[in-house]
Design a protein around this ligand. Structure first.
Ligand SMILES: Cc1cc2nc3c(=O)[nH]c(=O)nc-3n(C[C@H](O)[C@H](O)[C@H](O)COP(=O)(O)OP(=O)(O)OC[C@H]3O[C@@H](n4cnc5c(N)ncnc54)[C@H](O)[C@@H]3O)c2cc1C
Length: 407
């Protein structure tokens, strides 16, 4: 039996642009004793993709969350659905070689397409839209590196263009060159999560909250989970979609929690750039921007390691100044723009920019998905595909890149 420390961390501070000001606290019913095929801990975007996929595959599903669905990191997400990883393809090729790099980037492109198809097939109103991505040279990849990245992308079969400084200026951005590539997308992450959960519920999934999973026990034929509220769930399989609050028996090595900040301007207060491209800079600390469906500009980044969740909120004013200055430096039309929303959150990073998705070593019938870096939503969708495959006894060539115990 494993007891879980209920050290809930604050996954975000401040209201993001997607949230209604307050989700009223919920008074829940009596503790439940349930038997199910699959128990999922966490009703963020990962839990939602899993619940939709597994109810589609015919499983009985119970989801538990200590908070309201879609109110953890998912509510803080700026929800750029990039097929590009946090690492450039050049970095990935150095570590894993060309074949693996091509395979991984193709899989991520496929996932972005699949999210769009899923949302439209299920008629989920979530402001999903395909967007090009504009990758600006920065302190991690300079102009020459970016040209090299462009050549490597071409070798993997993706068509895009390299904009020189003059061409980039016509987009309203200054400094260096940039890569312009298709196949990324944007979404409202809260609407998408709630929509997927509603579909899963319509197929019989139970969502119980507040319900904090405290005790996990391996049984002869599955897993038992006890919640602080007194529920007992017996399941054939346990899927951990806890985001950045994984229980201690899930390997934490090579996974670090990073704090990150974002702000959003009022609607239509800044003259937009072309095609509502998703803009990100090859820099550390990270800088990125996107537009929302109602015409706000969202700017994010200024990531910092080692900031605990109690301190994160107090850093927000200084981080807003830092983000504003960095964003204006690349996109001068932001000068004087007001921040109507300012918020911060946590996300988990792995050393190799690849997520952890798969069986938890040493814990039979227990699988987990976490450690997505900035590509959280694309990797959450990949998690649903890979974990559904594992449950169905299939093997995927991608599984070894995402294994929790990979070398
Ligand atoms: C500011 C910010 C910007 C981001 N921008 C992007 C972006 O542009 N694009 C992108 O793809 N990704 C982005 N990300 C990352 C992305 O948001 C996350 O990877 C994703 O939301 C993680 O979803 P999740 O469902 O795994 O975790 P969460 O949304 O955190 O959900 C986990 C849930 O598990 C619950 N839980 C945890 N432990 C327990 C327990 N013991 N019992 C019961 N419930 C429990 C929590 O309450 C929570 O609701 C960003 C993140 C932040 C913070």
């Amino acid at each position: 039996m494993t007891r879980l420390d209920d050290g809930a961390m604050r996954l975000r501070d401040g209201n993001s642009v997607w949230q209604t000001p307050s989700d009223s606290p919920r008074v829940r019913g009596r503790a439940e004793v349930l038997q199910t095929d699959i128990a999922i801990i966490g009703a963020g975007i990962t839990g939602a993709f899993l619940a939709e996929r597994l109810t589609r595959d015919g499983y009985r599903v119970v989801l538990l969350d200590r908070h309201a669905p879609a109110s953890g990191s998912t509510a803080a997400s700026t929800a750029m659905l990039l097929w590009e990883l946090d690492s450039s393809l050049l970095e990935l090729e150095n570590r894993l070689g060309f074949e693996a790099t091509a395979q991984i980037s193709t899989a991520c492109r496929k996932q972005v397409m699949a999210i769009g198809e899923l949302a439209s097939g299920l008629r989920i109103d979530c402001d999903f839209a395909f967007r090009p991505s504009l990758y600006l040279a920065g302190n991690k990849l300079d102009e020459a590196d970016l040209r090299e990245e462009h050549r490597l992308r071409a070798r993997t079969g993706i068509d895009g263009v390299c904009l020189n400084e003059e061409a980039l200026a016509s987009w309203g951005f200054v400094g260096g060159n940039a890569l312009l590539y298709p196949f990324s997308a944007e979404v409202d992450p809260v609407k998408l999560t709630r929509g997927l959960l509603a579909v899963a519920q319509s197929r019989g999934a139970r969502i119980i909250w507040p319900a904090t999973a405290m005790v996990y026990e391996t049984l002869r034929d599955g897993v038992s989970i006890e919640t602080r509220e007194g529920d007992i769930i017996r399941a054939g399989k346990l899927l951990l979609a806890n985001g950045y609050e994984m229980p201690e028996f899930v390997p934490g090595a090579r996974h670090k929690i990073v704090s990150t900040w974002a702000f959003a301007t009022p609607p239509r207060s800044v003259e937009p750039w072309r095609n509502s491209a998703l803009v990100w800079e090859a820099s550390d600390p990270y800088l990125y921007m996107r537009r929302t469906a109602d015409g706000r500009v969202v700017v994010g980044g200024a990531d910092e390691e080692g900031v605990d969740d109690t301190r994160r909120g107090s850093l927000t004013p200084a981080k807003m100044t830092e983000l504003h200055a960095a964003a204006e430096g690349r996109f001068p039309r932001l000068r004087g723009a007001e921040a109507e929303f300012a918020w911060s959150g946590a996300f988990g990073q792995t050393e190799d920019s690849l997520p952890f998705i798969g069986p938890v070593p040493g814990k039979p019938d227990c699988l987990a998905a976490y450690g997505y870096g900035g590509n959280g939503i694309t990797f959450s969708a990949l998690a649903a595909e890979l974990l559904a495959g594992i449950l169905a006894g299939q093997t995927s060539p991608l599984a070894r890149f995402c294994a929790l115990d990979r070398a």
